[in-house]
Design a protein around this ligand. Sequence first.
Ligand SMILES: [Zn+2]
Length: 424
Amino acid sequence: MQDKINQLESFIKTLPIVDHHCHNVIDKQPNIELPLAFVLSEGDSINNPLFLNQLKSTLIFKRSIKDIYKFYYDKDFIEDQEENGEIDENIIENEINIKRNEIGTDNIMREVFTRSNIEAIILDDSLKFSINSIELPLKSNLWHSQFTKVYRVIRLETLLEKSLVDAKIKGMTFFVWKSYIEKLYRDTIDHPIDGIKVVGLKSIVAYRCGLGVENPSIQKVLEEFENVINEIQNVTAATTAKTNQFNYRIENKTIINFFIHIAMGVSSTLSRPIPIQIHTGFGDSDLSLELSNPLLLKPLIESYPNVPIVLLHCSYPFFREAGFLSWVYPNVYVDIGLAIPFLSINGMKTSIQSMLELAPIDKIIYSSDSHYIPELFYLGSMWARNIIFKVLSKSLKNNEITLKESKEFAFKIFKTNCLNLYKL
Ligand SMILES: [Zn+2]
């Protein structure tokens, strides 16, 4: 048996990976060092020193700072520090920053993608980054394509916000806006920018009004459209045209729910319905966790049985619920990102193992949910390989699966399930 376990381990270590959910790397300006505690968590800790400080005593921070140090220096920091009796994380972080500046973002990315054997990524480029309300630039999608094959997902809420700002500026009536957003949506999914193809949709409805997505009556949508248009303030044609930016955040449940139904309705009529990734489970304090339980998605899942829905983030802490949904609904898939690498080792293992109590292996998709720094691609792939190995080797030991099956399962989770789902 040990020989089989070893074979599985070395197989998983070298597997090629396709990462179906991640975000853009920051365009590092001189003098900007992102605190690791901020990048290794969710939320606005960069603008809140108390919050940032408490994150330094999480297991994910303790573990990842050592992992990143090892990535750069190829040795354990702990060995150097042991004699002093304690590990000073400020020194580790400082040494990491020295290497980062020395090597430069391009070379770090190249090294990360080579070492992690990442063949393709699907970017959600709607995640922005700001310090003290000043938005800082991120690397373009095209820049990422130097290192790997790149695809995109379209964030529905961002498209919706743009259409509403345009409606305000151009004085559109409800029905003009409705045709406009339908066309905008179709054009966006049909036309690659810089040769980067849109292969999926993404929704963060959990953050705005919760996962209990309803299908509102047209009368109700019409009324709420008027309210939303009246809400949009301080947006002028001049600033929009100049910066191509808009500063409006939609939270109106009726309008968001309406657009999700439009998007999924259109998807369901396509010969190959376009999958939708939905944020479920944990995130930052902007989220009401009780409204992020994927079980709330039942009516939406049932309304579009041919549209694949991917429950992001292992739905943590609702991983069993996610596993159940993927078991009973052919159109539900589950993602393991964010849970890996953002939980403790035990948390990562428990989440994946619990989800697998029911989830079909063909429906489990790898992602890193990397954002801002290249090293997250590395941590995500390294820990996912480690955890998937732990979970599959346990089933192998229990004679639940054979060695051949365990290798096939790993290959599916890291690559082929994603290729099949997004038709890449
Ligand atoms: Zn994400």
